[in-house]
Design a protein around this ligand. Structure first.
Ligand SMILES: Nc1ncnc2c1ncn2[C@@H]1O[C@H](COP(=O)(O)OP(=O)(O)OP(=O)(O)O)[C@@H](O)[C@H]1O
Ligand SMILES: [Mg+2]
Length: 336
């Protein structure tokens, strides 16, 4: 049985419809009108123990809403969630002891207190034994360098420091499951890499099951083997990162450095997308043109100094998916 099982999960939010003008405002106050907004629309997936899954989708897709239901903060409109047999919102306390959550957009630390005070409070709440607390604090300092700012109030921390403190706080009680909702948002390249390294380490060494939400595809490529893509509350992909590249990354680019200026290349199926002096960049579909025969043809016809084939970037593929440019096989998606 999977560790996390989500079946036909739906979440509707009740929205207050406000009428225009002063009269409208008074009317809305006296006779409020509501409409429903479906944020999560029949999502199903399962995650095995120790798995690390990227959970992605455009703004407003329903990722945070799903994470909130998984942690028990929100109650689903319908559908079911089971986390190692527990229903998160019914057994919120028991579930909370076993999981950690990081909401990158909002800190869970006490704003006016020094970081260390929050940690000590969490030690008390989660009844963390002294030895485990000490061991984890040492590990987090080694990997996230938290001692540099541990005595400062949270409000004085930089975003990167605050995020590191938030991540450490969520993991202090050694949760079996951790939900990361944008833990790298707003961080610089080095800080992002540090967070990714930390996540990889914890998953590998402690076998923690993880769901990782982000808008940075590098996060996914560098940490997760599997990803689930949702859009407008629906699952549109559930599979490996490699598979999506293989199946949907049909465009390849070829950069050619000719020994002299070449006016026009007459090879069907290739398109020049950039030209700079004797350098040209071509785009072609890998299912229409074989790279080896293209290179063969070019080298026979022209004198070439250098040649580079570029593999598709996951970011480009995801961008196309969000823009509706790629249609999926039903077999690759969750239940619709
Ligand atoms: N408390 C709320 N009340 C009403 N509607 C909400 C509420 N929270 C979210 N929504 C709506 O539900 C939809 C899904 O929001 P959600 O925050 O889950 O998206 P997301 O995928 O996390 O987006 P982002 O990438 O921007 O964080 C959006 O249309 C949003 O406006
Ligand atoms: Mg969100």
């Amino acid at each position: 049985m999977p560790f996390i099982e989500v079946n036909n999960l739906v979440k509707d939010y009740k929205l207050n419809v406000r009428k225009k003008g002063l009269l409208g405002s008074i009317q809305s106050l006296l006779v409020p009108e509501y409409k429903m907004k479906r944020a999560v629309d029949n999502i199903s997936f399962s995650i095995n123990k120790g798995e690390m899954v990227g959970f992605i989708g455009p703004n407003g897709a329903g990722k945070s809403t799903t994470v909130k239901m998984l942690t028990g903060i929100l109650v689903p409109t319908s559908g079911s969630i089971s986390i190692d047999g527990l229903c998160p919102y019914k057994e919120r306390k028991r579930n909370a002891m076993r999981l950690g959550v990081v909401f990158g957009q909002r800190t869970q630390l006490w704003w006016d207190l020094p970081v260390i005070d929050t940690f000590e409070l969490l030690k008390y709440i989660y009844k963390i034994p002294d030895a485990k607390y000490k061991q984890n604090m040492e590990l987090f300092n080694e990997l996230l360098e938290i001692n540099q700012f541990i005595s400062q109030p949270v409000r004085q921390l930089s975003l990167g420091q605050r995020m590191r403190a938030d991540i450490a706080a969520a993991l202090l009680h050694d949760p079996e499951i951790i939900f990361f909702d944008e833990p790298t948002i707003g961080l610089d390249v080095i800080a992002k890499e540090k967070v990714r390294e930390f996540i990889r380490y914890i998953n590998k060494e402690k076998g923690t099951t993880m769901l990782f939400t982000t808008h940075d595809m590098q996060d996914i490529e560098k940490t997760c083997q599997r990803m689930i893509i949702i859009d407008q509350g629906l699952t549109i992909y559930d599979g490996t990162v490699e598979e999506i590249k293989e199946k949907y990354g049909t465009n390849r680019t070829l950069q050619v450095d000719f020994s002299e200026n070449v006016e026009k290349i007459n090879i069907p199926g290739i398109q020049v997308i950039e030209e700079k002096g004797s350098k040209k960049i071509f785009k072609f579909r890998k299912d229409e043109i074989q790279i080896s025969s293209l290179i063969n043809e070019l080298t026979q016809r022209y004198s070439i100094v250098d040649l580079t084939v570029q593999e598709p970037e996951i970011e480009g593929i995801i961008r196309e998916i969000y823009q509706g440019g790629i249609k999926f096989d039903e077999s690759l998606c969750g239940v619709r």
